[in-house]
Structures are given as C-alpha cells and as structure tokens.
Design a protein around this ligand. Structure first.
Ligand code: GTP
Ligand code: MG
Length: 210
C-alpha cells in the first residue's frame, strides 16, 4: 500500500547527505515554497537541533547547545537531491538571548507556522521529563486554528525513569486526543540513545511521497 509507514524507505531517505541551505530571519528570506517542508518546533533546549542531527546521522549539521536560545533563525536543510526540506526553528519560551531578538524570532515562528503553504507537517517536540507546557499548548492551539498538520515527538526519553516516561506520554496523549490537526500517534525519541529515529524517519518519508 502506498500510504503505509515504511521503515526501510525512511532509512533510505535519510541516508542521503544533507546540507545547510540558509538561515532565515524573515519570511522573505525563505526559499520558494516549491517542495515539501517539515519543521521542528518546541520550547528552547527541548532538543530540536539534536534530533535533526540524529535523524541525518550527523554531529553538527544543526548547531546545538546546553544554553536555551541556540537556534535563532529558521535554519533550512536539504538532502543533496533536494527532494524535501527540513526546517530547524528557534525555540519558544525562555531563551538566554536579548529580549528584542527573542521577540523578533517568536513573531517569525508564528508567521511561519501559520502561513507557509508547503509546510506539510510540524513536529512539535515535547520534553519526556515534563510533558507539554503552556507554550506547547498555545502553539498546538495555533496549529489547530490554522489547520496545519502536526505530530508530537517526545525528546530525551533517556532522561526520565520508565514510570515518569509512561505518565508523561499518557498526559500528552490526553492533551492531543481532541485536537483536530494533531496526528494521533506520539513518537518517543532519544537523540542520545538513538531511539525512535527509524519511526520518525518513516513518518517523514510518507509525507514526501505525494
Ligand atoms: P534551541 O535551539 O536553543 O531552541 O534548543 P534545541 O531545541 O535545538 O536543543 P538542542 O538540540 O540544542 O539541545 C539542547 C540540549 O539538550 C543539549 O545540551 C543537548 O545535548 C541535549 N539533548 C538533546 N537531545 C537529547 C537527548 O535525547 N538526550 C539527552 N540526554 N540530552 C539531549
Ligand atoms: Mg536549536
């Protein structure tokens, strides 16, 4: 079947070499809306850039840091044959960066999430130790309102114990249950231990097929 998750196809999609295309500070900087885009959103420090590195099997394609506010632009990545695009977003919420800068990138995040015609899915990253916070829920509200498809990815699953992890997954599942634009399946990942990556790659591959 053409609409089924295919782990091997996902692996092959991400076996390509990826390159950094550009960093965008305003909507006008974005490349033409001519191919499928998937974006990684989430609060500062949740592990967006680390997850992109883990998915693409690279160490420093996307820059990561222990300091919240590392990614300050919409950073665009493409595989060598340019079949789709990955967008690493700045984080929302607390960031160790000057206030005007944070305000500017927060505006950009909201504009991008609501107004990008080729944005096929937003991966909303949620920390496995905490479950979704108020900022996550307000971004989900915005995506529901704009009818932009999104899917929750739990990050840093190596951090909480099994009981806390299960409780936080259950709480997240309850939060998304009635949301019209949310994909019902939650993907649990650890970039550190490289778990959940095959499944996420396969979900993304499915989006690039049509
Ligand atoms: P901003 O760009 O600042 O919004 O952050 P980000 O969401 O891109 O987070 P980043 O990938 O820079 O990671 C933040 C910190 O979390 C870094 O110190 C990473 O090493 C750590 N981290 C990311 N993923 C994991 C994971 O799966 N497990 C563990 N234990 N740490 C992780
Ligand atoms: Mg980042």
């Amino acid at each position: 079947m053409n609409d089924e998750i295919n782990i091997e196809a996902g692996r092959l999609l991400f076996a390509r070499p990826f390159r950094f295309v550009k960093g965008c500070v305003r909507m006008d900087d974005l490349p033409p809306a001519d191919r499928v885009e998937v974006a990684f959103a989430g609060r500062s420090n949740v592990g967006k850039s680390s997850l992109i590195n883990a998915l693409t099997g690279t160490k420093d394609l996307a820059r990561t840091s222990n300091t919240p506010g590392r990614t300050q632009e919409l950073n665009i990545f493409e595989p060598a044959d340019e079949v789709f695009r990955i967008v690493d977003m700045p984080g929302y919420g607390f960031a160790q960066a000057p206030k005007p800068k944070v305000e500017a990138w927060t505006k950009l995040i909201h504009k991008y999430l609501a107004g990008r015609p080729n944005l096929r899915r937003v991966y909303v990253l949620v920390d496995s130790r905490h479950g979704p916070n108020a900022n996550d829920l307000s971004v989900m509200n915005q995506l529901d309102k704009a009818a932009v498809s999104y899917q929750v990815v739990m990050t840093k699953a190596d951090k909480p114990g099994t009981m806390a992890l299960e409780a936080n997954i259950a709480a997240t599942r309850a939060e998304i249950a009635k949301r019209p634009a949310a994909h019902p399946e939650i993907i649990v990942t650890s970039s550190e231990e490289r778990t959940g990556l095959d499944l996420l790659r396969a979900h993304i591959e499915l989006l690039t097929r049509s």
